[in-house]
Structures are given as structure tokens and as C-alpha cells.
Design a protein around this ligand. Sequence first.
Ligand code: ATP
Length: 662
Amino acid sequence: MHLFQRSQENVQSCHGIRYMMKELSTADVVFVDNKRTVSTKYDPLYPEVEEVFGVPHAPMPCTLVWRDLMVHVKVKRGKLKRIINNVSGIAKPGTLVALMGPSGAGKTTLMSALSRRSPAGTVMDGEISMNGRPLGDFMHQESGYMHQDDLFVNNLTVLEHLTIMARLRMDRRTSTVARKRRVNQLMRQLALYDSRFTRIGGLDEAQKTLSGGERKRLAFATELLTDPGLLFCDEPTTGLDSSSAQKLVSLLRASAAQGKTIICTIHQPSSELMAQFDKLVLLAEGRVAFAGDASAALSFFESLGYQCPITFNPTDFFIKMLALTPGSEGASRLAIKSICDRFAVSDAAKELDMEIQLEYHLMGNEIEELRRTRRNAFKAPFFFTKIMWLTYRYMLVILRDPRVQLLRIVQKLAIALTAGLCFIGTAQFTQAGIQDVQGALFIIIAENTFIPMYSVLNMFPEEFPLFNREFKAGLYSTPIYYIARMIAMLPGLLVEPTLFTLVVYWIAGLRNTFYATGLTVFLSILVLNVALACGSFFSCAFGSMPVAIAYLVPFDYALMMTSGIFIKLSSMPRSVSWIRHISWLMYSNEAMTILQWDGVQNITCPVTNDTKVPCVSTGDEVLVQYDFDGARFWWDVTALVILYVIFHLLALLALRHRARRK
Ligand SMILES: Nc1ncnc2c1ncn2[C@@H]1O[C@H](COP(=O)(O)OP(=O)(O)OP(=O)(O)O)[C@@H](O)[C@H]1O
């Protein structure tokens, strides 16, 4: 309770914003063209929601303190490179903090450390705590992180994206109505309501998509879904025109006014933008060159004898002072060191130090508050809820472009017709017919193997950046993503092989029994799924399509050569014949051959007087000719299922390894 009261006081005393908090927390505040306006005609997306719930709560106040922080990254041969050097600071509720400095000063590294989102290979020393708690995994639930480059599933609309994100991010105890209300509120507050049915992005030029500013606001809305008390924004205005940048910073300002703590890295903002920030931290060469009220930075530099020219924007001046001048790096480093050293003994630094000490002292007494926080700890959505909503997301993407799906089916039918026509009337119980039947079976197997296996190679590398970001944000685990991704593809994985196999089977006139037809279709579905699992494994293991192809081509040749169609399996050298045990082409070829020839007794032989001309007259002899065994049908099916499971498990492990390493 203590901490909450103290933080609330901070919020109110810091800016006298009690009035604003009340005002901004109502749902009818809309930002239009950088001006906050109150809509006169209230038009909520879900009217029933507002009636039930009324005014929302203020976010939980968050005070972030860091003391004597050092950050190193691992470079070659296990050596450590120091990026952040003995940095201390504090960010309180209701404040908008700007983290500025020249390129390479360490802004992103510091912010990643403060948000507990540092990449693997980062070594930290020093203290960071939020509301008295040393940083832990809770940071992913209790803080938001807006990345510089916004990543979305482009084909979704704004409303679909926010609805799905609400399902993945918000506490599972939140009711459906409350979730809808939050989505509604955010779309209205961030001026996205009119674009709610607009697609976020995409390559279709005929489709209207979001502008750069709208994408940034959508990224901001996504982070605000859980209403975190602490928000990190990495260069939120980069790539925006001045009006959109102003609009976005006004939104950050308004959120801070609601009681949030917001830390932003920012590149040389205009004076107008800078005026919206309360606190400024200037970094140079991994050290603090200034930290305190944004308005006091100029006086500090003046006290060192550095006068900002009247024609200069102060932020340009700070960066100029703290950047290395090309050609005289040594002198620049000395000047920067001197500024940082003098800040370390300045009144502003002492004041900051005292504030930090006081915060630590007060935090020591917050045990009761900690207990309360733990009791109300965030409860993530259930495993199956996440799978369901992620599957929905990927299914939407597939369904969004029905023309592509239709084209794929038309293409499959065209290939099936072409292939089938080559075999028309040839599948007979004759000596020539044996080769024709085996050829038709191999066409079915090859078509269901190679196209699916290669087409999936690009999928995981393409989706990896978004997956990795959402995985790191704790939205879902690798198995959840992987399972959802596979389930979303399932309809296509059933329809395509079924259509192709039935068309070829029918035109080629293969064995006309329900048992043989049904099981051949089943086997072709299995073959396609094993091939896709194998492609997924190569895609996850090698991370890029060209590398994956380089390894997959020799692998698939080896599988094809041991399929039993090109070389007699018993005549292969032992050193390579073992490969057939992992060849789904061999297992499916054997199983489909059994279905065609099992019990056949009447294969006709050519009429000739030469008794030495060999003749295969029964199905069993056909199987012997290919080194197949009629008793192994169900073993073949089992082997295909085992390969399916193994390839998927390997793919999952490879993806997990990749995600943890990045
Ligand atoms: N993993 C790493 N290995 C080696 N050097 C690194 C690594 N990460 C960061 N650095 C170096 O640390 C310094 C600070 O990087 P950081 O990205 O934090 O700077 P920044 O202030 O955010 O720069 P910018 O404004 O250009 O994004 C840079 O010189 C960068 O090259």
C-alpha cells in the first residue's frame, strides 16, 4: 500500500496532472491531428461494454531504479566488450524520460538491460529494480517494449490484430467484454478506430494499408493492451514525418500523464518534441553525460563553458558535443570524458544519487506490497487458448488471399491431369503394365514430396523475426507457435494430396477397389506431411532458404535413390543402403506397391516359344522383383508416422535452439 500511495503522489506532484489523469482515462478522448479532442457524439464499438464497466483503472505505478550498471557483450574468443560503464538513474511514474546520445553511445544496450530484454551473450553487473523487486521474468508482463522497427502479420486488419493480441497478452481472468472494451478504447484513443478494418500491410497495391504513423500507433496500442505501468520505446519517431512524430510523442506524453513511466531512446528531436519530455539522460561512450530535468541540461553545459549558439536546436548541440568528430577522435574522447567526469561530481548527479538512495531505502520497507503484488500475479492464457488464437491468426492469413489457394488447387489439378494422361489405359496386368503402375505410384509420391518440402523452406526464416520478438516478449513458447503454424496449414495438407492422388489414380486406372484407393490416398497424405515435416526441419535448422536448399538437395537425392524404383535395394552397397530406413519414399513406395499387387494372380506373359524369356505372373513376384515384402504394409505406415514425429521434433528443437541463441 505504501509504495502505491507514494507512487501516486509522485504522479500527482510531478506534473499536477490529477485532473488530466481523470480526463484522459475516459474512453472518449481521441487524438486527431495532434490535438486532443473530446468527441461530442459517443460511438463505442461495443456499446454494451462501456455500460457494464464504466471508467477504467489507472495503470500500476512503476518506479525503475538502476545503480552502478555495467553492461558487457561477449565478442570473439569469449572476450568481453564494455558497452555501458557505471550508469545510475531513476524513472518515476508520470514521467517521460528521453534517452539521448550520439550513435553508438549505448542507448539501445542500456534500454534492453533496463527492460530485461538483452540479447544472449550480454553480461550485466549492478542493480536494477522495479518497485523494489530485482528485475525478473515478470518484466515481460509488467512492462511494454515498443521496438524501433514494427513487425506485424501484414494481412490482418487493425481490429483482428488487436483482438488476437488481447487474447495472447491479457490475463486469462479478463472477461471477453473487458477485452473488447480495451481494444475499443485503444483504437479510439490512438485514432485507429476509422482504420479498424484496414489491413496493416501487404504487397497487394490495390489494398489500402496503414501509413507509417498508423503502424507506430498500432505498435503502441499493442503494448498498451495490458496497460503496463512501465513502457520502453526504442526510437519511436524514426521514419515519421514531423506531424506524425509530434502526434506519437503527444500520445506518449498523455500516457505518462495517466501515471505510466515511459523511457524513450530518441534521435535529435525538434525543440517542440523535446518540450514534451520531463527528464533527459544523455549518454556518451557508455557513460552518463547528463541526467536530470530536461530543462536543466542547457544550464549544465553552460556551467562547463559550452554555450549553445542561438541558432542551434539544443538537442543538436548536445549531440554535437558528445559525438566523436571524424579525424580528431582522440580529442573528442578526452572532451567527452571531461563532460562525463564533471557531471559525476555535479549537483545534478548528487541530487540523482540522493533520489536513488531514498528510493532504495523506501523500497526496503515494501515487503507487504510485494506480497500483495505476488498474490495478484499475472496469469497467462492457457496453452490451448494460445494455440487456438495463433492458429486463427495464421488461418486468417491463408484465407485472406483465396485466389492464391484457388490457384494452388488449379495447379495441382493441372499437374495431375498431365501426369494422369501419360498413364491412361496403361495400368494393366501385363508385363509392361507393371512398370506403368509403378511409374504412376512414383509420380504420386514424388509430387507429394518435393513441392511441399521445398515450399516450406522459406516459411520459418521469413516468420522468424516476428516469432522471435513475440517469443522473447513471453507471448507464447516455441511448441505453441510451431503447433499452431502446422494446424493452420492442415486443411491444405489434406485437400491437395487427396485431389492430386484421386485424379491420377482414376485417370491411370489403378486398382479399382475402395480399400486400395482409400489407403493410397491416406498414404499420399502421410507422404506429404512427412515431406513437409522434413522441409520444416531443414528450414528451422539452417535459418535461410539458400543454405537449407544446399543441404536438402543431396539429402533428397539419397532418399530418392533408395526408394526402390531406380535401383534394386538388395544390390545396393551396404555403405549407402541404410539410407532407405529413413526414406519415406521407400516406405510409401513399398506400401502403395503392396496395395496394387497384393493377391494378383493373373499377370499375362507374352506369347513366345522362347521359355527363357522371364515372366512375372503374380503380384507376389512383382513385390520380390522390387525387393518389397507383402507383410510389411502396416510396418511401412508405422515407419511413416515415426518419421513424421521425428522430423517435427527435430524441427521444434532446432527452432527452440535458434530462438534461445538470438
Ligand atoms: N553484441 C555486440 N557486439 C559487439 N559490439 C556491440 C554489440 N552490441 C552493441 N555493440 C556496440 O556497442 C555500442 C553501443 O551500441 P548501441 O546499439 O547500444 O548504441 P546506440 O546508442 O543505440 O546506437 P544507435 O543510435 O546507432 O542505435 C556500439 O558501438 C555497438 O557497435
